[in-house]
Design a protein around this ligand. Structure first.
Ligand SMILES: Cc1cc2nc3c(=O)[nH]c(=O)nc-3n(C[C@H](O)[C@H](O)[C@H](O)COP(=O)(O)OP(=O)(O)OC[C@H]3O[C@@H](n4cnc5c(N)ncnc54)[C@H](O)[C@@H]3O)c2cc1C
Ligand SMILES: O=C(O)[C@@H]1CCCC=N1
Length: 388
């Protein structure tokens, strides 16, 4: 089946980044088609699940700056759609007080006037009685951080896109892309044409981009999404104002761990390890490594006395990592009307609205609202083999 319609833009991949890009394009009155390989909603990529952390606490200024506008766009979407997508909980940042990583968080927040509280060990045990602060660790709270309702956010962005006249076609896997002034996209069910193309295929980005001559150093890992049972229900509950938390980089057994208060599954707290085992996105369930769960068990036994240190629920999700953990946002070097957002390295959800705006700007040939140099593919050039 061949389609007669020529779109202004086709977006491939209806995860958080593709859905927000499509929504931004439709807001700009661009005739837009959003293609998704699976029936929506699905749980096979990176954007599913009930919750994600939103925060301004970062090691780098550029993320903290982008989050200013991202918070505004989240709030705008809540108002437009009449739904609640964000709940303020605060984010507790813990790490060795004099370590490079902890100080980077603290200094970035201070420099950018991010509202925060520093907790001395005494204050810590007073305010967060059910967590043990490791010896020598500092603790601070990013006050406006919180939880985003992820599944609801995705549904809302897609719904608003459709209300603006956007077209979503799910269960249509893109099998071929022919670049040109008008790009031709072939799927399992049809052929479509557009003036520009945005590729936001998450864990499948490496494969899809290879088809248009780009070899990017992206690695897909499977994350075990673990939920831990409270010994006394309510101890770490969102309604009791328990915050999200993250451990900054440090020694293995006490870093790369993050968590969210008990919320989506009453009595269960989501605590995960930020490093996973490599996987092919089409073979995710064959990756059965549990090294992360052993690390988490030891940490929880040591620092969360109110939790049973054995996961009650384990779900699956995937990260697409870049070597420096920074995103990839760029145009194809030989075809400026093909743009892509990839490699969100396990921290891209909170930026959804701003990534959507940036990819929309790139696809329209506009100067992007932020300096994209940390995200351009030329940073990989020494290690990147391009067929171009
Ligand atoms: C366990 C976990 C916890 C996280 N926690 C946080 C957090 O607290 N805060 C935060 O900000 N971020 C967090 N993240 C990261 C965030 O969720 C991701 O960065 C984000 O979801 C990536 O979105 P995406 O749109 O790039 O990818 P995806 O959501 O995977 O979307 C890509 C889509 O493209 C589709 N697709 C692929 N190939 C094709 C094709 N050929 N044809 C058609 N469609 C195709 C896929 O099916 C998929 O739907 C977390 C991620 C995980 C896994
Ligand atoms: O992006 C986030 O905030 C979370 C927590 C830290 C590790 C990754 N995702």
């Amino acid at each position: 089946m061949s389609s007669e319609v020529e779109y202004d833009c086709i977006v491939i991949g209806a995860g958080v980044q593709g859905s927000f890009t499509a929504y931004q394009l439709a807001k700009r009155n661009k005739k837009t088609l959003l293609l998704e390989q699976f029936v929506l909603p699905h749980t096979r990529g990176s954007s599913h699940g009930q919750t994600r952390i939103i925060r301004k606490a970062y090691e780098q200024d550029f993320y903290t700056h982008m989050m200013d506008e991202s918070y505004q766009l989240w709030s705008q979407l809540e108002k437009e759609a009449g739904v609640k997508l964000y709940r303020q909980t605060g984010l507790l940042v813990m790490g060795p007080e004099n370590s490079e990583s902890y100080l980077l968080y603290k200094n970035t927040m201070e420099r950018n006037n991010v509202p925060m509280v520093i907790l001395s060990p005494d204050k810590f045990s007073q305010h967060i009685p059910n967590v043990v602060l490791a010896e020598g660790d500092g603790a601070l709270v990013d006050i406006n951080a919180g939880v985003l309702y992820a599944d609801r956010a995705l549904k809302t962005a897609q719904g608003q896109f459709q209300k603006l006249g956007g077209v979503i076609r799910d269960k249509e896997k893109v099998t071929d892309i022919t670049p040109g002034p008008v790009v031709t996209v072939t799927t399992s069910a049809g052929v479509y044409r557009a003036k520009s193309l945005v590729i936001t295929t998450g864990p499948w980005a490496k494969k899809v981009l290879a088809n248009i001559g780009l070899q990017l150093p992206l690695e897909v890992v499977k994350i075990n999404v673990c939920y831990w049972k409270e010994k006394v229900p309510g101890t770490y509950d969102v309604n009791k104002r328990f915050p999200c938390f993250l451990l900054t980089e440090g020694v293995e057994s006490n870093s790369h761990i993050y968590g969210l208060p008990s919320n989506e599954y009453p009595g269960l707290v989501k605590i995960c390890y930020h490093i996973g085992g490599p996987t092919d996105p089409d073979q995710r369930d064959k990756q059965t490594s549990r090294f992360d769960i052993d690390i988490l068990k030891r940490y929880i036994a040591r620092c969360f006395p109110g939790l049973i240190p054995d996961p009650a629920v384990v779900e699956s999700c995937m990260y697409t990592m870049t070597p420096d953990s920074h995103f990839v946002l760029d145009c194809h070097p030989a075809h400026s009307n093909i743009v892509f957002g990839a490699g969100f390295s396990g921290h891209g959800f909170k930026f959804g609205p701003i990534i959507g705006k940036l990819l929309c700007e790139l696809s329209l040939g506009e100067v992007p609202s932020y300096d994209l140099s940390p995200f351009r593919i030329r940073r990989f050039q020494e290690n990147t083999k391009s067929a171009l």
